[in-house]
Each structure stands twice: as C-alpha cells, then as structure tokens.
Ligand binder design. Structure first.
Ligand SMILES: CSC[C@H](O)[C@@H](O)C(=O)COP(=O)(O)O
Length: 351
C-alpha cells in the first residue's frame, strides 16, 4: 500500500520551530511571496491564527501547541501545577483565535494534559508534546492518503475544495494527501480545484501546492462544480474537515455542503478526509457547531481592490455543515467509515 515517495512532498513547511521562535509561512502572501512570520510570544501566534497567516484545522492546532511553548518561556513557575495556572490565560487567548476547527481546542487539551502529567521537567514535557502533535499529524496524513486513495477507481477525476495540503497540516495533507497518493498510484487522472471564495484558498494555495509537486490541476469557479459533475468529469469530491460530530455531520469550508448536495444528485462519491484530532465526539450533531463569521470586507474586495458599491451589506460565514447522510466515506488515520452515522462513529471513536 505504501509505495509513495513522501520526500518529494516535503518541500512546503508551513510551521517551523527554531528552538526559540515559531516561524509561520505567511499564507496571506502566497502564491507570489514565500515569507515567514516570526512569532516570539503566544499572543503573536494567536494573532497569526486569527489573521489566517497560518490556517487549516490541523495546522492551527500545531501552531497553537508551539504557542504554548512560547508562553512557557515567558513565565516563572515553581512547578507544573503553578505553571498550569499561570499559562491558562495564554491558552484561552489561543483557543479564542478561531472557533470552528476543533483541532485548536484538541491541541491545547493535549498540552494541558502533558503539563498535568509532567514532573520537574515540565518545560521539556511541553516542548516534547508540541513536537509529538506535529509528528503524529504528518504520520496520520500519510496513512489517510493511502486509505482514501484505495477507495478511488483507477482513471478517476476528482474535485477538491479549499486547501487541505501541506499548508493546512504538518505536511502531505488530508484530502490533498489522498489526491497526492491517488495520483502517485495512477488512480487519479484529473484533479479539479474550486477557487474557494472569498479567501481563495483553492486558487491561491491548492493549485500552487500541486504545481510544486508537478501535479496538473485545473482551477474552476466554485459555481462551475455542478456543471463539472453533470459532464461526468469527476467521480469523487474529496474534502477535508474542521470538525466531525458524533453523528458524522461535518463542518468544512463554506461551499462544501453545496458540493455534497450536487455530488449526491449526480452520483459522484463524497469523501471527507481528516485526522482523528478533527473528530469531536462531545458534539452530537452539526447544528451545535459554532460557525465562524468573518469580516464583510472579505466579500467587498478581491485582491485588495473594492468590487462592491459602498453601503452594501454582506454576510460572510466561512464554514458550513454537511449532514452525515450526504457523506459516502469519512477517512481518518484509524480507518474508513462508509456512510457514517452515530452508530458507526461510536464504534470507531467510542464515546
Ligand atoms: C485540512 S484543513 C480543514 C479544511 O478541510 C480546510 O479546507 C478548511 O476549511 C480550512 O479553513 P481555513 O479557514 O482556511 O482555515
């Protein structure tokens, strides 16, 4: 199953820990400038998450974990218990940076737990935990790539949405990892990527990432997706997730829900690919997920140039929820759940 040369996908590193600082590849400037933002405090990391300098559910969890290490460097504490109390305000500010992707709260929960277990070496324990979160995410992505690709018949076309690649994760990607594996194995002949308005993660990031790998991808306007499916050009829609609930309902980038509806209408498969850190068994269904709403200014302009008359109102929810019954497969590093529902999710993840 593992016949993939992973090293060729290692070129893009969105998150670099230097030992003293956290360097984040500034995704607001891609694809035309490759610049790293240097964070020396946890509040700088929280701001970078909020401003989308670093984005993508797994990546914001990893960045936040390193943010806790930066917070640890700034405090004096007598022991791990004292440190936990002193670090908590910084953890809460990191947690508040973005609401929808559960990976952020999950990573901070792991950092709290690591501190609670630690002895006198609590500073090293926090650094080891952040590194483990990073390493485990890369391993999960590689595993999901192989599992997800195995569902795709040779000669298929796929459509993806937003950016779920190296930029959104520790490397290789979630949905984009499946696409990379599927192309490497000769299963996928054709890749389409939606622009992903308004922030254009697909147009600015996904097709650029695939170009770095030498994988041809065709960009489409988000509004061209149903027409593409009707023409029989894609057999699977492959997307990531920001939060998967206990019944399989899945929050992902705005526009995902309408892709799932169109896919079902056209007999196209719909696959969600995300690490188990994106699974939230404490949230029963998608109705309970807080959907982030961002500034209307993201809709008023394109590339910094105003496109909308002054005085026009705009509504900018940046995620939506795909009901579980529109999902054909959820792929995590723990395996594939076909036609997910509360029972199959419980069987896979407990709770
Ligand atoms: C692998 S990241 C999770 C999602 O699949 C991704 O597409 C997404 O929605 C990210 O949202 P973003 O707002 O760019 O952080």
């Amino acid at each position: 199953m593992d016949d993939i040369d992973y090293a060729r996908y290692d070129r893009i590193r969105p998150i670099r820990w230097t030992g003293d600082t956290l360097e984040l590849l500034d995704q607001r400037k891609l694809p035309f400038a490759t610049e790293y933002l240097t964070c020396t405090t946890s509040d700088e990391v929280a701001s970078a998450i909020h401003a989308l300098a670093v984005r993508g559910a797994p990546a914001i969890g990893i960045a936040a974990a390193w943010g806790v290490v930066l917070a640890e460097r700034a405090i004096d504490a007598t022991d791990a218990i004292d440190a936990a109390a002193k670090l908590e305000p910084a953890l809460q500010r990191l947690n508040a940076a973005r609401p929808t992707a559960v990976n952020l709260a999950w990573a901070l929960g792991r950092m709290r737990a690591a501190l609670a277990r630690a002895g006198h070496d609590w500073r090293d324990a926090l650094e080891r935990e952040a590194a483990a979160i990073d390493t485990e995410d890369l391993a999960a992505n590689r595993r999901m790539g192989a599992l997800g690709a195995s569902l795709i018949e040779p000669g298929s076309g796929v459509l993806t949405h937003c950016n779920t690649g190296s930029l959104a994760t520790a490397g290789f990607g979630t949905a984009l990892g499946v696409i990379r594996a599927g192309v490497a194995q000769g299963r996928i002949d054709k890749v389409f990527a939606g622009e992903t308005r308004p922030w254009l993660q697909g147009a600015r990031l996904t097709v650029w990432e695939l170009q770095q790998d030498g994988i041809d991808a065709t960009l489409i306007a988000d509004s061209a997706a149903s027409h593409l499916m009707k023409g029989g050009k894609v057999q699977w829609v492959v997307v990531g997730a920001d939060r998967i609930c206990a019944n399989g309902d899945t929050a992902n980038k705005i526009g995902t829900y309408q892709l799932a509806i169109a896919a079902r209408h056209h007999g196209v498969g719909f696959m969600v690919v995300a690490p188990s850190s994106t699974v939230d068994m404490a949230t029963a269904s998608g109705d309970l997920i807080e959907i982030e709403e961002r500034d209307a200014a993201e809709l008023h302009s394109v590339g910094g140039s105003r496109t909308v008359a002054e005085g026009i109102d705009a509504w900018n929810p940046v995620f939506d929820v795909t009901p579980h019954d529109l999902i054909d497969a959820i792929v995590t590093e723990r395996g594939v759940i076909r036609r997910p529902d509360a029972a199959s999710m419980r069987a896979a993840f407990g709770g």
